[in-house]
Design a protein around this ligand. Structure first.
Ligand code: IPD
Ligand code: CA
Ligand code: CA
Length: 269
């Protein structure tokens, strides 16, 4: 544990400030503030960029020797420091752009490749999730825990389809979605992987899976979920996430969920 870093106040305040900055820009966005990444289906807004710059400046001021990896500004030079900040300024950009509720700012600190602390703030819902290794998980300051029911039939799950946006015509999530949907109470598609995982952590759902995520999509929410008693593996039950997909559950349904992905192997780079 790294008590000397006093992470909680810094991370929680930074996630809230950054999320509120993004929220304040939402209604002001003009057409010229939106551009495309790899394809026209993959957008980034001026708010994604401004929010990440705001977070990066604050982190670099407070922890100048730590490494940084953000979706919009990329990786800092590898200086060998064990600490790395992993940031998604807006997870759920499409929802954000469309004025919907499920998007968040996600800030994680990992040490030696392992999750140490994470804050996820959803401004439109005013929900702040925080987790720190060995110290528990919280939503707006109240302790949270996964729910323990182990029946898939009674479970509510969520997933995402970044594989479709990336053009995976084969080996994508559609057949898994169709199959799993037959065996649970419902499958939600909220549009933010970080929120999906935080919902498992606080017992509003039981599990989440996706095939094509990046570390910044789950780095913070994963700390929250693990501290809330949940479980995270790849789709084969091992540790090769996100490359071999990711499965994040309440723990109780984990083995049953894994049965839907027998010998899963990613087809595309
Ligand atoms: C996306 C969201 C979405 C998931 C996509 C991610 P972004 O993040 O987490 O739920 O399905 O794979 O890319 O692009 O809005 O930061
Ligand atoms: Ca994301
Ligand atoms: Ca993003």
């Amino acid at each position: 544990m790294d008590d000397s870093l006093h992470l909680q106040p810094f991370l929680a305040q930074l996630a809230c400030q950054a999320g509120k900055l993004a929220l304040s820009m939402q209604s002001q966005l003009q057409e010229g503030d939106v551009s495309c990444k790899a394809t026209v289906r993959d957008i980034v807004t001026a708010a994604d960029q401004a929010t990440e710059r705001f977070i990066r400046q604050a982190v670099e001021k407070r922890f100048p020797h730590h490494r940084f990896y953000g979706e919009e500004t990329g990786r800092s030079q590898d200086n060998g420091n064990p600490y790395c900040w992993i940031v998604d300024p807006i997870d759920g950009t499409v929802s954000y752009y469309e004025g919907q509720l499920y998007w968040c700012t996600s800030i994680a600190l990992w040490k030696d490749g392992k999750p140490l602390a994470g804050a996820v703030y959803a401004p439109a819902l005013d929900e702040l999730y925080y987790g720190e290794a060995g110290k528990g998980a919280f939503c707006n300051g109240r302790p949270i825990h996964v729910r323990s029911h182990g029946s898939l039939e009674q479970s509510v799950l969520s997933t995402g389809f970044s594989c479709l946006r990336a053009g995976w015509t084969e080996g994508n999530n559609v057949p898994f979605f169709a199959q799993i949907g037959l065996h649970c109470r419902g499958v939600r598609r909220f549009g933010s992987a970080a929120m999906d995982i935080c919902y498992v952590a606080c017992g509003k759902s039981d599990g989440f899976w996706e095939l094509n995520l990046q570390p910044y999509d789950y780095a913070a929410a994963m700390v929250v979920l693990l501290e809330a008693g949940g479980q995270v593996t790849d789709l084969r039950g091992g540790g090769e996430y996100p490359r071999q997909g990711i499965l994040a559950t309440n723990g109780a349904i984990h083995q049953e969920m894994l049965r839907f992905f027998p010998n899963y192997s990613r087809l595309r780079d």
